[in-house]
Design a protein around this ligand. Structure first.
Ligand code: NI
Length: 172
């Protein structure tokens, strides 16, 4: 396993659509392990492959809190197959948009179909934080960031703050 570098906005790879994974092999399994390790180290609750510059449809998620046992989810080619009409608002953040948060409204429940790390088709139903996280990570695979749901003004403000923060970090 290895820690990977997380891409930060405005890296153009974060705005690209990813290719489906054709074969679930050891390379894909190693990628998912690296993604989980990178996500836990960050720390974060979700990570999509394009965030480490791998343009393939794979995500990892763990929304367990500190007191719970880890509940890692590894998903290949995940697809939202249904969503509720009811919506909920969560304050979202993103490892590619460090230290910035915004309230985003999304369907409160979703169904997701995906391949597990053995290439077996699985389906889950989720609500609450997990449903939000699934939608956020699957959005990454289509080059969509949570800031894309905000006004251009807010989006640009966030970009400027991130760029300023990155500059400070680099010169520190
Ligand atoms: Ni994100």
């Amino acid at each position: 396993m290895a820690l990977r570098d997380i891409l930060i906005i405005p890296d153009p790879r974060l705005k690209q659509e990813c290719e489906p994974v054709a074969v679930v092999d050891d390379g894909v399994r190693a990628l998912l392990d690296d993604m989980l390790e990178t996500m836990y180290a960050a720390p974060g609750i979700g990570l999509a492959a394009p965030q480490i510059g791998v343009m393939q449809r794979a995500i990892v998620i763990d929304v367990a809190d500190d007191k719970e046992k880890p509940q890692p989810l590894k998903m290949i080619n995940p697809e939202i197959i249904w969503e509720s009409e009811d919506v909920a608002t969560y304050q979202e953040g993103c490892l590619s948009i460090p230290d910035q948060y915004a309230d985003i409204e999304r369907p409160v429940e979703v169904g997701v179909r995906y391949l597990d790390e053995n290439g077996k088709e699985q389906e889950i139903e989720a609500d609450g934080l997990l449903a939000t996280c699934l939608q956020h990570e699957i959005d990454h695979l289509d080059g969509i960031l949570f800031t894309d749901y905000l006004s251009a003004l807010k989006r640009n403000m966030i970009l400027k703050k991130v760029q300023k923060l990155q500059k400070t970090k680099q010169s520190a």
